[in-house]
Design a protein around this ligand. Structure first.
Ligand SMILES: Nc1ncnc2c1ncn2[C@@H]1O[C@H](COP(=O)(O)OP(=O)(O)O)[C@@H](O)[C@H]1O
Ligand SMILES: [Mg+2]
Length: 262
């Protein structure tokens, strides 16, 4: 049973000691990692995925439940508690959605485990995240950006079914963010999003701030940011409506934005 992951600080790019020397992520936390390009976000989640033990360029260490994790976490795909999703994950595959998910389910699940209904549940989850339903016969490479992201999140949540999910810039265009967060919170996991999108960052419990390879701070989403998130969501839905109307070939009017821009 995994309750916490701890990141013990190492060094930044310049070799200086990391400003934050320990971060404890608890089961159920939704966390964002933010920072400019090149600030070390991917490096940080790679450290987590590798269960770094002062053996990566950052010198960081990762503990599970306060202790050095067992080697089998890394060595045995059925025991690995982490699912890592990047935008490159699906480009490896030109398979139909059905074969991609079935193959992935066979690799990730324990030998002999039943895969019954796995495909259907994964697709149902993905289809709650995206407005454009995914068909099992579509090829992975034919999916739109939104469909791909929805499928990746569903794959990580249902098929990998790991307590820890890492998403590296799996951005959210075409995804119903509020619904996504509700769904994610129903599954007790640690979700870690590398993101450049304030809409995602505001939905998380806190964000890890990166600069020049260093973890420079932890910002908890406070009450005023929660209020801001509500406004941002309204703007966001108004903007999606404009996009839908435009795609339908309609003329756009300012009515959608009335009262939103102050
Ligand atoms: N703590 C660190 N020590 C040494 N090199 C680092 C460190 N953090 C990041 N880097 C290097 O900096 C470069 C950019 O890091 P990356 O994690 O890809 O940034 P981001 O994902 O934020 O764009 C990479 O080459 C990475 O190896
Ligand atoms: Mg990156």
């Amino acid at each position: 049973m995994i309750n916490t992951i701890s990141i013990l600080g190492g060094r930044g790019k310049s070799g200086g000691k990391e400003a934050v020397d320990r971060v404890d992520l608890k089961m159920g936390d939704v966390v964002s990692i933010v920072g400019p390009t090149g600030s070390g976000k991917t490096t940080l989640i790679n450290d987590i995925e590798l269960f770094a033990d002062a053996n990566t360029p950052t010198g960081r260490r990762v503990l599970i439940n306060g202790e050095k994790p067992p080697a089998e976490y890394r060595d045995n795909p059925h025991r690995n508690p982490i699912a890592m999703m990047t935008q490159h994950t699906t480009f490896l595959s030109d398979l139909p959605v059905r074969d991609f998910l079935n193959t992935h389910a066979q690799i990730r699940s324990a030998p002999g485990a039943s895969l019954d209904g796995m495909l259907e549940r994964t697709l149902a989850f993905a289809n709650q995240l995206t407005g454009e339903p995914i068909l099992v016969d579509s090829r992975m490479t034919e999916l739109s950006g939104g469909q791909t992201r929805a499928l990746l999140i569903a794959d990580a949540t249902i098929i990998c079914n790991t307590p820890i999910v890492l998403l590296d810039e799996v951005e959210n265009a075409g995804i119903n963010r509020r619904r996504a967060l509700e769904l994610l919170r129903e599954h007790r996991k640690i979700y870690i999003f590398v993101t450049h999108d304030p809409r995602i960052a505001l939905l998380s419990d806190y964000r890890i701030v990166m600069q020049e390879g260093n973890i420079t701070g932890i910002l908890h989403t406070d009450e005023s940011e929660r209020q801001l998130a509500i406004k941002v969501n309204r703007l966001d839905s108004a903007f999606s409506k404009l996009r839908d109307q435009m795609r339908q070939g309609d003329r756009l009017a300012s009515a959608e934005l009335e009262g939103l821009c102050g």
